[in-house]
Design a binder for this molecule. Sequence first.
Ligand SMILES: C[S@@+](CC[C@H](N)C(=O)[O-])C[C@H]1O[C@@H](n2cnc3c(N)ncnc32)[C@H](O)[C@@H]1O
Length: 256
Amino acid sequence: MLINYQEYQAMFEVEDRMWWYKTLHDRVITEIKTYTDDYKNLRVLDAGCGTGGLLTRLKAEGLHAIEGFDYNEFAVEFSQSRGLPVSRKDITAFDYPPASFDVVISDDVLYQFDDPELLNALKCIHRVLKPGGIFITNNNAFAVFSGIHDLAVGSKRRFVKTDFDRFLAAFPDFRMVKASYWSLLLSPLILAVRLIQRLQLKLGQINMEEVKSDVSLPSDPVNRFLYGICTLERHLLKRSPFGSSLFLVIRKSDLP
Ligand SMILES: C[S@@+](CC[C@H](N)C(=O)[O-])C[C@H]1O[C@@H](n2cnc3c(N)ncnc32)[C@H](O)[C@@H]1O
C-alpha cells in the first residue's frame, strides 16, 4: 500500500500527463491490440487500479466494458470521482464469476507481496480470466534500482523475469508471450539517482517521515524529453534486457 493520502493525490494529479504513466499506458494498449481481436468490446479488469489513470485512458481509447478495484479507500474514491466503476477488493482474495474477463491488468501491485500472497493473487487472476485471455502486469525490477521510491510505495521486492517463470510454473495453461524490461535508455540516469538516494539513506540524511515516491510531474520540456526517449525505445526495441520495470504479457491457453 502507498504510505499516505498525499501519494494517492500525487498519482491522481499527474497520471494522465507524466511521462512514466503515459509510457506504461501506451505499452498496455499496444499489447491489448496485439494479442486480442475486437479490442473495443473486450471485458477488462484493472486489479489494483490506484486512482484510475489507466481505466480513464482505456475509456478514451473506446473500451467500454472496463472496471477496476483497489484495496485502498482513497484510491477507490479518487477513481469513482472520475466516474469509473471501481470498488474495494483485495487482489489476494477477490472474486468474480470464473472466466469473466478477456484482459486482466495489474500494474505495480504485485511487488507488495511475499510469494504466498502473490500466488494467491495469481490464482484469483487466473480464475477470472477467460481461456484465450491475457494478463498484463508491470512491476519494478532489479534490486540495484531500489531507492526511496520503493519505501514510499511499500515495495517488498524487485523482480527479474525468472521469478515469474517460477510463479507461472504453478499454472500450466499460463504462457508468457512477452517479457521486456524498460527503460533501458534511461537506466543510467535512474541508477545514478537511486544510488545517491541509497547513500543518503545510509548516512541518515533522509527523514523517513518525509519519504516521497518519484511520482511528480517534471517541467514540460523534461517531461516531453523523457516521454520521447521511452517512446523511441518502445519502437526500437521489442524486448529490452534491462531497466527498472519488468513488463509482462501472459496468455491463458484456450486449448482444453
Ligand atoms: C503503485 S500503486 C499502482 C496503481 C495503479 N495500478 C497504477 O498503475 O497506477 C499500487 C496500488 O496497489 C494497491 N494495493 C495494495 N495492496 C492491495 C491489495 N491487497 N489489493 C488491491 N490493491 C492493492 C494500492 O492501494 C495502490 O493503489
